[in-house]
Design a binder for this molecule. Structure first.
Ligand code: SF4
Ligand code: SF4
Length: 420
């Protein structure tokens, strides 16, 4: 039975007397033996951050003076191919285009759409190269202030957690599901998903996070368009959009994988507590959320399972760098492998994703990080292995979830009523 409406919650937000908890705060209360009631909380904020391949940008960019070319045939942004159109923009000198977060630079194999979108949102100058339909080449440099449209669209984001992956074979396997070609057999696990904080883990049937709901996408206030591609009751995900001009570059970026650069995004969603059932769905705890372990070769064969308690409970958000243990190797394997470029000669904590590849890779333990270990049964044998790569960032997810909580408390985020 509904005990309050979204309009009543919005009134409380406007009056500054709304009670907001993050999903982790709710889980902690439950873990301590409490049983929160609907009168104790009006809104629960949730969030996730991880590799989200279904990300694209719809842009309108200035290239040349009006009349300089009839139509664009090909376009590159920092060397990354976009798709001109669908509008032809005849003789305007500017171009509508769609560009993928998963696209790769034709000049630099380590640079892709995720890094480009971070550069765009950061306000950096972007190199544009255009070939017109009559074969002329135009080059210019511009930045987001001069772009017309800067919409990000996510075709399948914020999925309800995910599979983890290991390599049972002794051959290297190249995949987007690991930061480097994955070694085997059973050398370690690559994981995704933010467990109990994940939006759709707290609203698995999309009862209140639904088409029309407001969300934060990379810090920008956006909206849920509907279910994402391949969304199912078992594995739901969201289609989202928001304006890149309002995004915070901290929350999105590039992440190198064994199969080339990918993109990471951060999403936060609010769950209005309309009844006890909606509240109780947020009681979920990491240890109760199953994390299937799949074979990275082909990715569909499930070998066993673990849970998100093994991934996040008691584990470090970030590595610790010990400069005195660094041997200044001629070739630094950490520098080569760090997926976000956070380590050059020093650790750039702002760029760090907490993936753990540095702690796994450095031969002299110049990086240390507690990132968990899993144990599961396979053919009557127990397999135990460390988590060596986290493709989700619990720190950014927590930051955005708390940011949404503050916005609601401060009256800066009013909920949409889009319930059927
Ligand atoms: S591999 Fe480790 S010890 Fe060697 S330079 Fe890199 S961080 Fe230092
Ligand atoms: S955890 Fe280590 S490898 Fe991963 S992003 Fe941070 S510095 Fe780079």
């Amino acid at each position: 039975m509904r005990i309050r409406s979204i309009e009543e919650i919005n009134k409380k937000i406007e009056n500054g007397d709304v009670t907001v908890l993050t999903a982790e705060e709710v889980s902690s209360l439950v873990c301590e033996g409490n049983s929160p009631k609907t009168e104790d909380v009006d809104v629960v904020t949730t969030g996730t951050c991880g590799i989200m391949s279904g990300t694209a940008a719809i842009l309108h960019v200035p290239v040349a003076d009006p009349g300089a070319f009839k139509k664009a045939k090909n376009i590159l942004l920092n060397g990354i191919p976009g798709f001109p159109g669908p509008c032809p923009n005849e003789w305007l000198g500017s171009v509508d285009l769609i560009i993928y977060g998963t696209a790769h630079s034709i000049y630099d194999s380590n640079y892709g759409g995720g890094f480009l979108f971070n550069d765009i949102v950061s306000g950096k100058e972007i190199d544009i190269e255009l070939e017109s339909t009559d074969g002329k080449i135009f080059k210019t440099t511009t930045n987001i202030k001069d772009f017309g449209t800067t919409k990000m669209i996510g075709t399948r984001l914020a999925f309800k957690n995910y599979n983890s992956f290991t390599n049972p074979s002794d051959k290297l396997v190249s995949s987007i599901f690991h930061a480097i070609d994955m070694e085997g057999p059973f050398k370690g696990l690559s994981v995704s998903g933010c467990g109990q904080l994940n939006p759709l883990q707290n609203d698995p049937l999309m009862e209140v996070i639904c088409s029309g709901s407001k969300i934060l996408l990379n810090g920008s206030e956006g909206i849920v368009i509907g279910s994402g591609t391949r969304s199912s009751n078992e594995k739901p995900n969201l289609m989202l959009t928001a304006d890149m001009k309002d995004m915070n570059s901290h929350y999105l970026g590039g992440f190198k994988t064994g199969a080339g650069p990918e993109i990471f995004d951060s999403v936060a969603a609010a769950i209005p507590i309309l009844d006890q059932n909606i509240l109780e769905q947020t009681f979920i705890m990491n240890k109760d959320i199953t994390l299937p372990v799949a074979d990275i070769r082909g990715r569909h064969k499930i070998l066993g399972s673990t849970n998100y308690g093994e991934v996040w409970d008691g584990c470090d958000e970030r590595p610790v760098y010990h400069p005195t243990d660094c041997l200044n190797c001629k070739t630094c394997i950490v520098h080569e492998r760090c997926p976000t470029g956070a380590y050059t000669d020093t650790l750039n904590v702002q760029k760090c994703f907490g993936c753990g590849m540095c702690a796994y890779s450095c031969p002299n333990n110049a990086f240390t990080m507690e990132s968990g270990c899993v144990r599961f049964k396979l053919d009557d044998k127990f397999i135990e292995m460390p988590i060596i790569c986290r493709q989700s960032d619990i720190k950014r997810a927590r930051e955005l979830t708390s940011e949404l909580k503050r916005k609601i408390e401060n009256g800066n985020f009013i909920l949409n009523n889009c319930l059927k």
